[in-house]
Ligand binder design. Structure first.
Ligand code: HEC
Length: 376
């Protein structure tokens, strides 16, 4: 019995909206990714990562590394690829899935052969080989990729001297400081600073989760979810450990093992953890936000915005219960996408990923932000 037997009839096939790859570096030597031209004319850097953007929310296990990225073939052999078995000398790639963007980032793996200077490659994004195949792109409800998509590209014959291998982002995403704030705050500076660790400038995951505290506070926390992280000091990690990280969302609990958070449930969404360290695509807290206002990207053209609205409706019909978070009509305190240039309410982005997802991907470790960082 495969996923497909659970697929609702109204689940449309998944489409690849765009594939991007690193084509140059910006002034801070960070990767600049541009869309691969379907005509095959794009020249990418040999250090390149690839980003695949889809129209639907994906089944994380169908695009995970657990099966060795077998939903995609990047090969210097340009023969057609129907299934992963046809992929000759596949480039080794480590995937990460970000549900906020509905994107999979594929990075080359240290110590494995990478893209060769000047060579030509074909990228084929693969649908599942059959109904039961675990690998191959699927939506969260089991619907497969509509058809395999193939794009050729060439690797530039030289690499800018500053280019570095692209690695998944890591850092202090929980307590990250806004550097402009640090530079402009008198309390952070001087011989005897009033705010020696500049905790007032925290703009990491702790800050954005704390904006929910109005309803999710201590003994009276809505749905038992306590997001009182001790703001403005951000020095309480117990509530996250006791009620959020690795805990199954109350709203997803069904069946006999309902109290145990599942990382690979039979049916996606069942007993989903609120936050699953390393796996934002399996973190219910993100989906509660994704069905609401603050996840809307105002730059989307009307028809795409409407398609996304229908897709979030499918999420709600399938497993996201109750109100979107934060519930309207309360004024949104932060957003995933800027509403206007210079929008200060938007979460910072780390290599194209919002900081909440980046923190979850990096292991979702909370810490006391008022304490100095101890060197590893
Ligand atoms: C205005 C009050 C209010 C605010 C603000 C609010 N919530 Fe909620 N939240 C609730 C209520 C009430 C419920 C339970 C009913 C429901 O889910 O519709 C809930 C439920 C949840 C759940 C489901 C918990 C479970 O175990 O199933 C999550 C996750 C959640 N909230 C996350 C957030 C996040 C993240 C924010 C901030 C972006 C937030 N909430 C802001 C009132 C609020």
């Amino acid at each position: 019995m495969g996923e497909a037997s659970l697929q609702p009839i109204d689940a449309p096939p998944v489409q690849l909206i765009e594939a991007r790859a690193t084509t140059s570096l910006d002034q801070n030597y960070q990767p600049v990714r541009t869309a691969l031209d379907p005509a095959g004319t794009t020249e990418v850097l040999s250090t390149a990562s690839l980003v695949l953007k889809f129209d639907r929310f994906l089944l994380p296990s169908s695009v995970s590394g657990a099966v060795g990225a077998e939903f995609v073939c990047v090969s210097g052999d340009l023969a057609p690829v129907e299934t992963y078995a046809d992929c000759v000398n596949p480039l080794a790639l480590a995937p990460t899935y970000n549900p906020v963007q509905r994107e999979v980032i594929l990075r080359q793996i240290e110590g494995m052969p990478g893209l060769e200077l000047g060579a030509r490659y074909a990228l084929t994004v693969l649908r599942p080989a059959d109904e039961a195949a675990p690998a191959g792109v699927r939506a969260f409800d089991g619907a497969p990729l509509g058809s395999n998509t193939r794009i050729e590209f060439t690797v530039a014959s030289a690499l800018p001297p500053q280019a570095m291998p692209e690695r998944p982002p890591s850092g202090d995403f929980f307590c990250q400081r806004d550097l402009e704030c640090v530079a402009g705050t008198a309390d952070c500076q001087g011989d005897a600073p009033l705010d020696p660790t500049c905790v007032g400038c925290v703009r990491g995951a702790a800050y954005y989760l704390s904006t929910c505290v109005g309803c999710h506070i201590d003994g009276s926390a809505a749905a038992g979810l306590n997001l009182n992280l001790g703001g403005p000091m951000f020095n309480r990690i117990e509530p996250l450990l006791e009620t959020v990280i690795g805990h199954a969302a109350h709203q997803t609990q069904m069946g006999e093992k309902a109290h145990v958070a599942e990382t690979s449930p039979e049916r996606f969404g069942r007993a989903m953890p609120l936050i699953d360290p390393g796996n934002p695509g399996n973190s219910y807290l993100l989906y509660k936000i994704l069905i609401g206002q603050i996840a809307l990207d105002p730059s989307l053209p009307a028809d795409e915005a409407e398609k996304l609205r229908q897709e979030t409706e499918r999420l709600q019909a399938a497993f996201v219960v109750g109100m979107p978070m934060p519930p309207p009509p309360s004024k949104p305190l932060f957003r995933f996408h800027p509403q206007a240039p210079d929008d200060r309410s938007v979460t910072p982005y780390v290599d194209g990923i919002d900081i909440l997802s980046a923190w979850i991907l990096d292991g979702a470790e909370p810490r006391d932000c008022s304490a100095p960082v101890t060197p590893p």
